[in-house]
Write a protein that binds this ligand. Structure first.
Ligand SMILES: Nc1ncnc2c1ncn2[C@@H]1O[C@H](COP(=O)(O)OP(=O)(O)OP(=O)(O)O)[C@@H](O)[C@H]1O
Ligand SMILES: [Mg+2]
Length: 232
């Protein structure tokens, strides 16, 4: 099993012809580590996560995930690799509005054999029920996601990221709509799941007070040599 979950070297990225958003000499995350990434709005956090997940391309330098070089994968291979090895909780959730909570949560297992295989004999629906109950949305499982509160939708997005025990869980501001107590509770539930599965966690938030709950904090403005005009 590789020791490194993430290894970045001399990463440069710009949107089109604009000034570089990211210029990172080196950034490493070990397997099983829980890392808190912070920085002001506009400092490039979502951009960095998008590159790591392989949804953004056109960068210079090297990004290795689980010791695979992302640049060596075709677009379709990247999609497959992401679906198999990463659970991504998006800043805007990206839930499928016309599906139920259950259907949203089991989706990664439908789309990625590796995620389904890691459940062993267990049916995806049973695994979804377990995770949903753990995240305290078990009673909502048959509801449409559009009928849920924002905080409940965030937990559906988390359950969908966690099902099938992906090696890396990436979360982009998933707690911004929750009050302080609920943020900490959400994090503890997320960590319990990730610890059981041995998953690495890369978590982004503005809320610096959450940093103490993690193994390590990374300040993006410190790691990033590209200066962000207008970052607030
Ligand atoms: N699709 C895009 N096209 C062009 N520029 C973009 C695009 N997405 C982001 N940017 C720019 O890249 C910079 C970094 O944006 P990014 O979304 O990564 O910041 P962030 O740290 O996630 O901010 P926030 O905390 O507000 O979510 C900003 O200057 C932003 O305007
Ligand atoms: Mg962002």
């Amino acid at each position: 099993m590789p020791d490194q979950a993430l290894s970045i070297r001399n990463l440069m990225f710009a949107y089109g012809e604009s000034d570089p958003v990211l210029d990172i000499e080196s950034l490493d995350v070990a397997r099983g580590e829980r890392v808190f990434l912070h920085g002001p709005s506009g400092s490039g956090k979502t951009t960095l996560l998008g590159l790591i997940a392989g949804v953004l391309s056109g960068y210079r330098g090297q990004i290795q995930i689980l010791e695979r070089d992302l640049a060596s994968l075709s677009g379709a291979e990247k999609d497959h690799f992401r679906g198999s090895h990463m659970g991504y909780i998006f800043q805007m959730f990206n839930l499928i509005p016309y599906l139920s909570v259950m259907e949203n949560i089991v989706l990664p297992c439908r789309l990625n054999p590796a995620r389904r295989d890691r459940l062993g004999q267990k049916a995806a629906e049973d695994a979804a029920r377990e995770i949903a109950t753990h995240l305290e949305i078990g009673e909502l499982i048959e509801k449409r996601v559009t009928s849920l509160s924002v905080g409940q939708q965030q937990r559906v997005a988390a359950a969908r990221a966690l099902i099938g025990a992906p090696e890396i869980v990436i979360a982009d501001e998933p707690t911004s709509a929750l009050d302080q107590d609920r943020r900490e509770r959400f994090l503890r539930l997320l960590f319990e799941n990730c610890q059981r599965d041995g998953s690495t966690v890369l978590f982004v938030s503005h809320d610096r007070t959450l940093g103490r709950l993690f193994d390590r904090e990374i300040s993006l403005p410190e790691a990033n040599r590209a200066t962000q005009a207008g970052a607030a």
